[in-house]
Design a protein around this ligand. Structure first.
Ligand code: WT7
Length: 572
């Protein structure tokens, strides 16, 4: 039988009354002006509270390799990494990139960087050399922690990165000599550092730099600070309902914000045990993992849930999943059918929640105990003032069913403090005292938010944002490509996939081989996510009279929508 415990939040309505973030500060023992260091809170403080011997991380890799760490182990490991980085001469506020699969060193390295006062810059390990280059160049990154498997991509671009002083290989086996400027570090072989004084960072000291894609220009570095912990702790406690006996599984990769805010900071600041599976998706392997580790709280994403639905109910029935007690989802619209399905097969609904890299923590959410309307993101977290703004006047509106822009009143602890070296883009995110998310939604008469779509051309594929601009720029580097227009195309599982319309340079003939070659070119340069799933060669692209490619027209064709006003089209 499934055991149900009272939720941490209790009553949403009660919590709304007199809500103040000072509640979270108090629970974390923080007062204005104190030092605050995320890594110290996630390790040393938890140990001080008597949980040194409690399991912090259960890790499983491909082929069944497994490791387990207590809170004292992660305290020591983050001390050891922090001290090693300091020893190399890396200073506070310098950017240290983590570029590796979901191995323990990624989680422990993240904490190590924060502990010595550095800025952690996690990058998705599937990124190709071009994706890596623009992000390391932009952040003027000082050091990269990586593994043998991914070091080649760093080597390829090293010469173009004058700021990159250290490449640290965390799994060197001594078989192949490292190159100049590369250094080996082994957590297993290093002498554990028992005492390390965590950097005396303050609320506004920089902590994490996550890159996110926009419609125009290169990806932007979203600047977060140590004070973000105040939001991340309380949202993990109330939305994910993490409790002392939980075994928590967040399926997100820390290359993306869900994997850091709720795959490291939230659970560990609460002293909760979490498990990590460093393997690709398979329904069988996922259910097995839940059964084996008796996962109680599961935070995942719509694409994964749709894939599970596709794998069918039989796969669910073969496993004992009774340990599960709370499910949550983020990253893209969670369709109503997925919520109904999960209620039917797991006996529990997935609780949809909405936020962004920029918001750092959950904004709009189905909280435990709240009435679930399948397909809705529900209501703002206490302490979050979210509204819909009229699309033209930008004034707040509550008309049921009318589409507006999702906006949030600035001031919650985890809000971005800026985009790295891009003040202009940051300013554009605000209007009349509101932070503009760039998403559209409707409200119903009960004040529930219903996601409609993005207000820009960014493609959300399997919960990951891909910039059409970035793909178009990379396509231009292929010798056969003259021009391209990149848009989303509907997909049953990933919701959207990347589609490229391409015109070829004279002397190149359209062919299936050429399509595959171009796809592969993008996969290697950018990532498998950014790779167009479909390429359509076309002699002409729709353009405005000023020569801008009209993605809107291409997109409408893919989605079977009306094209709308094309009066500015050049070749109509
Ligand atoms: C964009 C943010 C922080 C979560 C991981 C993604 C879309 C996010 C939902 C949801 C519909 C959603 C929005 C948002 N999105 N959650 N529950 N329903 N759409 O972070 O990469 O910064 O992407 O993902 O468009 O703006 P991100």
């Amino acid at each position: 039988m499934r055991t149900m415990t009272p939720s941490n939040i209790g009553s949403y309505e009660e919590r709304l009354k007199d809500f103040s973030w000072s509640l979270s500060e108090k629970e974390l023992g923080y007062k204005a002006g104190d030092d605050i260091n995320i890594a110290w809170h996630c390790t040393d403080r938890v140990c001080k509270l008597g949980k040194a011997g409690k399991t912090a991380l259960i890790w499983e890799g491909l082929g069944g390799a497994s490791k387990s760490y207590t809170f004292n182990d992660i305290r020591l490991a983050s001390n050891t990494i922090a001290s090693f980085l300091q020893g190399l001469g890396i200073r506070r506020e310098e950017r240290v990139c983590l570029f590796m699969d979901r191995i323990p060193e990624l989680y422990l390295g993240f904490l190590g960087v924060l502990k010595m006062g550095g800025v952690a810059q996690p990058l998705f390990s599937a990124f190709g050399d071009e994706s890596l280059l623009v992000r390391l160049e932009n952040a003027q990154t000082t050091a990269v922690l990586t593994t043998r498997k991914h070091a080649g991509k760093v080597r390829k671009i090293r010469e173009k990165l004058p700021h990159l002083k250290h490449v640290i290989v965390v799994d060197d086996d001594g078989k192949k000599p490292l190159q100049t400027g590369e250094v080996a570090f082994s957590l297993e072989k290093a002498e554990p550092v028992e005492d390390f004084k965590a950097a005396a960072t303050k609320a506004e000291s920089p902590s994490v730099l996550h890159y996110t894609s926009g419609t125009t220009g290169q990806p932007k570095g979203v600047r977060h600070v140590h004070y973000s912990l105040i939001s991340q702790y309380l949202t993990a406690k109330w939305v994910l309902d993490l409790q002392d006996n939980d075994i928590y599984w967040c399926t997100a990769d820390p290359g993306w914000v869900t994997g850091t805010s709720y795959g490291i900071i939230g659970p560990w600041s609460l002293g909760v045990t979490q498990c990590v599976l460093d393997a690709g998706f398979s329904a069988e392997a996922w259910y097995q993992f839940i059964q084996k580790h008796k996962v109680t709280v599961w935070y995942s994403a719509p694409t994964a849930i749709r894939s599970l639905m596709k794998a069918g109910e039989e796969a669910v029935k073969k496993h004992d999943l009774e340990s599960l007690r709370h499910l949550a989802s983020v990253g893209e619209p969670l369709n109503a059918e997925a919520v109904v399905w999960s209620q039917r097969v797991f006996g529990l609904p997935f609780h949809d929640n909405y936020w962004q890299t920029e918001t750092g923590s959950i904004m709009i959410t189905n909280l435990p105990g709240m009435k679930i309307k399948p397909g809705s993101m529900a209501k703002p977290f206490p302490g979050i003032t979210a509204a819909l703004l009229d699309m033209t006047t930008f004034s707040p509106m509550t008309d049921p069913g009318k589409v507006g822009l999702i906006a949030v009143k600035p001031g919650w602890p985890a809000m971005l403090r800026g985009y790295w070296n891009n003040e202009e883009a940051f300013k554009k995110k605000f209007r009349d005292g509101w932070y503009l998310t760039g998403d559209r939604a409707t409200l119903d008469k009960d004040g529930y938010f219903w996601f409609v779509g993005r207000d820009d051309d960014v493609i959300n594929t399997a919960g990951h944002l891909v910039s059409p601009f970035e793909v178009e720029s990379a396509l231009l580097e292929h010798p056969a490509v003259a021009e391209s227009g990149v848009v989303s195309k509907p997909d049953e599982i990933n919701m959207e996939v990347v589609k490229a319309f391409v015109t070829l340079k004279p002397g190149n003939e359209p062919s299936e081989d050429l399509k595959l070659e171009i796809m592969n070119f993008i996969r290697k340069k950018l990532s498998p996510l950014a790779m167009p799933q479909e390429i359509e060669f076309t002699p002409l692209l729709p353009k405005t009279r000023s020569g801008k490619i009209m993605r809107r027209v291409l997109k409408a064709k893919e989605w079977g929508q009306e094209i709308g006003d094309t009066s500015t089209l050049e070749n109509d």
